[in-house]
Design a protein around this ligand. Structure first.
Ligand SMILES: Cc1ncc(COP(=O)(O)O)c(C=O)c1O
Length: 393
């Protein structure tokens, strides 16, 4: 088999998903605090558009880059939500955000290039970089810095091989959201050091700070060195439809399109029509969902802070709480000694029926990630089950 098979690890989130599905098939109760799957359904307008597409026999190949009305709607949404100006020729519609990232990483990275990845990171970034033959360079962050990087934390890691920064905000798993001032400083740094940025914005609909969301691509000189990635998956409860997109300068878009033309071709024609209806319709339902997430976040943070050995800060976006479980390191629990958060997650799943994501796959083996994209009831039951095993403060 090829070299990459040795280098690239399986996705831990996908593995947890299949374990939870197995538990559910066996009829066991599982409180699903581990997964990044929104519990809000796909909007009715998107479902109706997909049904209409089937009835209209809109079931053939489309342009590899996606249908023009969808790319035009994406341009309008980028302008509406981020103040960004793109042409439809700078958009590629992809099979989920993950695929847009893959296109971008494979297009921008040459073998031996170094890619700056802030820790904690979403599990697929380093694996996709390794697949492309480039080298992930991890930039540590901590709770006191709000899990954010700065020019000062990046500078010592930059050398002549450094090509790219992968910036994901709101961050999965930490929920960190950068302010406009912080982004301006990062943008200046990337320009000075001639770095490209992949800006993963798949959680941009869920920012709880009154200032809202700012894209790094909106700063002077950044549009030409940034690939913006987004998707309908998280914002519209459409993870299974597999529609994401990239917005990037024409030359990079052309190269990504060439890759896509020889791999997946266009994403599903039916799902494209559904995405068009979701993105273009009235967006009021998003505000309600965001408010509900904000309320759940507060419940989850309060619950975590009650439990022995767990600490967390209040995240500003996405739908995760990043929990520091390092106090459990070396402690005995349920007849075992906890070495990393993987042990803790295993005990929580097998003894309390609570699925949590250990931080190891996110670059931080003493954290766990909890998701509040589940009903309040499931979340509260999950917290109570965790507390019964771990104890209270
Ligand atoms: C940060 C981040 N980027 C990209 C993705 C991929 O999204 P999609 O389901 O659209 O491929 C995810 C999904 O969990 C994510 O958390």
């Amino acid at each position: 088999m090829a070299d990459w098979v040795e280098r690239v690890l399986p996705s831990p989130t996908a593995m947890l998903e299949s374990t939870v599905a197995q538990y559910q098939r066996e009829g066991r109760t599982v409180y699903r605090l581990g997964l990044g799957q929104p519990d809000f359904p796909t909007p009715d307008r998107a479902k109706a558009a997909a049904i209409q597409a089937i009835q209209d026999n809109f079931t053939g190949y489309t342009d590899t880059s996606g249908i023009l009305p969808l790319r035009e709607a994406i341009c309008r949404a980028l302008h509406r939500d981020m103040g960004l100006s793109y042409e439809p020729g700078e958009i590629v519609v992809t099979v989920g955000g993950k695929h847009a990232l893959f296109n971008a990483i494979c297009t921008l990275c040459r073998p031996g290039d170094e890619v700056l990845i802030p820790v904690p990171y979403w599990v697929s970034f380093p694996e996709q970089v390794k697949f492309a033959g480039a080298k992930p360079v991890f930039v540590q962050t901590d709770a006191s810095a709000g899990y954010k990087v700065t020019p000062e934390s990046l500078a010592p890691l930059v050398n002549e091989s450094t090509r790219l920064l992968i910036l994901n905000q709101p961050n999965n798993p930490s929920g960190a959201v950068y302010s406009a001032e912080e982004l301006l400083r990062l943008a200046e740094f990337c320009r000075e050091r001639d770095l490209w940025v992949i800006s993963d914005e798949v959680y941009s609909a869920f920012v709880f700070k009154p200032e809202g969301y700012t894209s790094i691509a909106s700063f002077p000189g950044m549009r030409e060195r940034t690939v913006v990635i987004n998707a309908v998956s998280k914002s519209y409860g459409m993870t299974g439809w597999r529609i994401g997109y990239s917005a990037a300068p024409a030359a990079v878009t052309g190269a990504m399109l060439r890759l896509q033309s020889h791999t997946t071709s266009n994403p599903s024609s039916i799902a494209q029509q559904a995405a068009l209806a979701a993105i273009d319709g009235p967006q009021d339902d998003l505000t309600d969902i965001r408010d509900e997430y904000a309320a759940r976040r507060d419940i989850l943070v309060e619950g975590v802070r009650r439990i022995k050995g767990l600490e967390c800060s209040v995240p500003d976006g996405a739908f995760y709480v990043w929990v520091d479980a390092s106090a459990w390191r070396g402690q005995a629990l349920e007849g075992r000694t906890i070495s990393t958060a993987d042990d803790l997650a295993d005990i929580l799943l097998t003894k309390a029926g609570v699925a949590v994501m250990p931080g190891t796959g996110f670059g931080s083996p003493y954290h766990i990630r909890l998701s509040y994209a589940v009903s309040r009831e499931e979340m509260e039951n999950g917290i109570a089950a965790m507390e019964s095993i771990l104890g209270s403060k």
